[in-house]
Design a protein around this ligand. Structure first.
Ligand code: WA2
Length: 281
């Protein structure tokens, strides 16, 4: 009967949506674990050794060769915590000035590359990127605390000791919405039961990964069958008064929609996958 066909169709949609949500969530979780491990690698071989065993070239080589470990990421980078009192010494040592992050609504598009960025204005502290995977080499020397979403992530990462996610925003040199995942790197003196204040005090840097949602979700869905059949949207649903679409299209009939939950590992952000058939019954 017609009713049975509709029921069956609804069930198929639910199964396909749940499977896609699970694959995306698992891939995200795999890369989150590897970004975490990378933060420990930097702690061990950059901060834990004198002289450091990591420089930009080593970081670039290692992150490129282990890229397969971080599906969905478009690049990883490491920023140092630099208090204002150490800025001059830091800039002299590195031979460049700490740059202010500028977004396209402040500059014309062709100026929106870090080579043209202005020096960061005076702040209590900075988070200049010192190592970057080649795919995000344009953020080297940029103060990550001068970008609203990156700054919020850095503050939350170091106070919590957990991996934290930004809400979706337009990444530098990208036309898409993306998210950034950040882990703080601490001085080895930090105890596991430390307070927030002790965590902030023991922070020495920030390891971050950027996720270009549209291109990466697209790549993932391509690997699954029946891409022709269903349309998939991914939303940040943290703010219930305004969902943010991180990935998706306008096609399909939303009257028959299935919603699968997504857990990207940061309890203060919520995500959902919305699926529908591309063609009416
Ligand atoms: N990485 C890549 N592109 C970006 C970006 C970013 N942040 N922010 C805006 N566009 C080094 O949390 C520390 C990476 C920030 C880490």
């Amino acid at each position: 009967t017609n009713e049975e066909i509709i029921m069956k169709r609804r069930e198929t949609l639910a199964n396909m949506c749940d499977e896609r949500a699970r694959v995306l969530q698992d891939q995200f979780n795999v890369s989150l674990n590897h970004v975490h491990a990378l933060s420990i690698l930097v702690s061990t071989f950059h901060h834990g050794k004198t002289p450091s065993a990591i420089d930009q070239k080593t970081f670039e080589e290692y992150t490129e060769r282990t890229n397969f470990e971080r599906p969905l990421t478009s690049g990883v980078a490491y920023a140092l915590k630099v208090p204002h009192s150490e800025r001059e010494k830091f800039e002299k040592e590195h031979g460049w000035t700490i740059k202010k992050m500028e977004t396209e609504d402040q500059t014309v598009v062709q100026d929106c590359v870090p080579e043209n960025f202005d020096p960061a204005p005076i702040q209590d502290e900075y988070a200049p990127v010192i190592f970057a995977q080649e795919t995000v080499s344009h953020i080297v020397s940029v103060d990550m605390m001068s970008g609203e979403e990156d700054r919020e992530n850095i503050l939350r990462a170091r106070a919590s000791g957990k991996g934290v996610l930004t809400s979706p925003f337009k990444l530098l040199k990208s036309n898409h919405l993306g998210v950034v995942l950040t882990f703080a790197v601490y001085d080895t003196s930090l105890l596991p039961d430390a307070t927030e204040e002790q965590r902030v005090e023991a922070t020495i840097g920030y390891l971050g990964a950027s996720y270009d949602m549209p291109s990466l979700v697209e790549k993932l869905l391509h690997q699954l069958a029946s891409k022709q059949t269903i349309a998939v949207d991914v939303y940040d649903t943290t703010n219930t008064s305004g969902l943010i679409k991180m990935y998706g299209s306008e096609i399909g009939d939303i009257s028959e929609q299935h919603i699968s939950s997504l857990d990207f590992g940061d309890p203060s952000r919520n995500h959902e996958m919305h699926c529908r058939f591309k063609h009416k019954l």
